[in-house]
Write a protein that binds this ligand. Structure first.
Ligand code: CP3
Length: 344
């Protein structure tokens, strides 16, 4: 492994200037070359499980912009699919799942799950061969709570009403679901690291709005359990955690889970985070995706603000959430120039 890569340096706690940059959802619909490949694919899941097509769209934003990291093209909903749940995507509506009842999980099993996920390992092996030597390869998975949210709600949900009730009402049964997810997620991350992922990321996109007891039980506990399993398998790759919307609970998450780096959303106060988080903790993110959509002088101001705020800390430039399909690709050129400009 090339330890000189800027992203790996930051994840070892070094301050790097200019900071390395990549964007969540950097492979996606805002790129015309992505839409072209997407149109050739029968459905989104088979696209994710087609190593040739998935590696091609992963490489597209690297060729166009020269990001410091490349995240494998896949989806967090591949794990429920691998456990035997029906998952499909409806154009314009997002993911749909055949909702599960946490008290009746008998049809879900980790047996054979890794066979379903093996194509993602192939995609990673192709990427390790094809990526420029300065670019770090990131593998990822959804965290148990966020994936359970989709599994129980049967799709995306604003208030997570059904899954929150399930978690409070019958903790033992809900823990069975989380345990199943801990196991498949740890195995999946281990497989990805063995296939060439140099960094691993856990997406907990629905960590917002949870009272402390639930946050500890469904976010911190399962994240720590996954990391322990991954480390017990001898995997040393840095792990970035993203409990989106965790607010002040970002601190407990950073201290108690064993993550190497913390991805922050744009809603968390920068002033607060700098005071509250450990000085040596590698941090990623914070640019509001709406600012990237707007571009121009506002984008320049926000890049300047974030670079100045985090300049004495190990920091990876990124958005606070995924890039939206309506972003003009030229705005990303502008962002790259601003982030790569030498210190002011
Ligand atoms: O470039 C990358 O970031 C790598 C690939 C990636 C995708 N999804 C591709 C994708 C990653 C890291 C994800 C993670 C993911 N998937 C998350 C966590 C991050 C987040 O955004 O909070 C979540 C919650 C999902 C579930 C998911 N997948 C949703 C809600 C949707 C539909 C929303 C939408 O934008 O349409 C997807 C589909 C999806 N995953 C697309 C892409 C490029 C768009 C599908 C398309 O091309 O039609």
């Amino acid at each position: 492994m090339n330890q000189d890569k800027a992203l790996l340096k930051v994840l070892r706690g070094e301050c790097v200037s200019p900071p390395p940059i990549w964007l969540m959802r950097q492979a996606g619909r805002y790129l015309p070359e992505y839409r072209k490949v997407r149109a050739t694919q029968p459905d989104f899941i088979s696209f994710c499980l087609n190593p040739e097509a998935a590696s091609e769209v992963t490489l597209q934003p690297i060729r166009r912009y020269g990001f410091d990291a490349s995240i494998v093209f896949a989806d967090i909903l591949l794990t429920p699919m691998a456990l035997g749940q029906k998952v499909w995507f409806v154009k314009g509506e997002g993911p749909k799942l055949e909702a599960v009842d946490p008290t009746r999980l008998n049809h879900l099993s980790t047996t054979g799950a890794m066979d379903h996920l093996a194509p993602v390992g192939e995609t990673l092996s192709i990427l390790r061969r094809e990526l420029p030597s300065s670019c770090t390869l990131i593998g990822f998975a959804g965290s148990p709570w966020t994936v359970a949210t989709y599994m129980v709600e049967g799709g995306g949900s604003k208030d997570k009403w059904a899954v929150r009730q399930a978690a409070w009402k019958d903790p033992a049964r809900f823990d069975d679901l989380l345990s199943l997810l801990i196991e498949v997620t740890a195995d999946y991350l281990i497989m990805q690291a063995n296939a060439g992922a140099e960094v691993l990321k856990l997406f907990d996109s629905w960590a917002e709005g949870l009272p402390d007891p639930l946050f500890d039980r469904v976010i911190i506990g399962p994240t720590r359990a996954i990391i322990e399993k991954v480390r017990a398998a001898g995997i040393e790759a840095p792990i970035i955690g993203f409990p989106r919307g965790a607010g002040p609970n970002y601190v407990a998450y950073a201290k108690e889970t064993g993550i190497t780096g913390l991805a922050l959303d744009h809603g968390v106060s920068t002033r607060w985070a700098i005071e509250a988080l450990p000085r040596d903790l590698p941090v990623q993110g914070q640019l509001d995706p709406a600012v990237l959509k707007v571009g121009g002088a506002i984008l320049a101001d926000e890049v300047q603000r974030l670079r100045a705020a985090w300049k004495d800390r190990p920091y990876i430039f990124n958005l606070g959430h995924g890039i939206t399909p309506d972003v003009p690709p030229e705005h990303v050129d502008q962002l790259m120039a601003l982030v790569r400009a030498s210190d002011h």
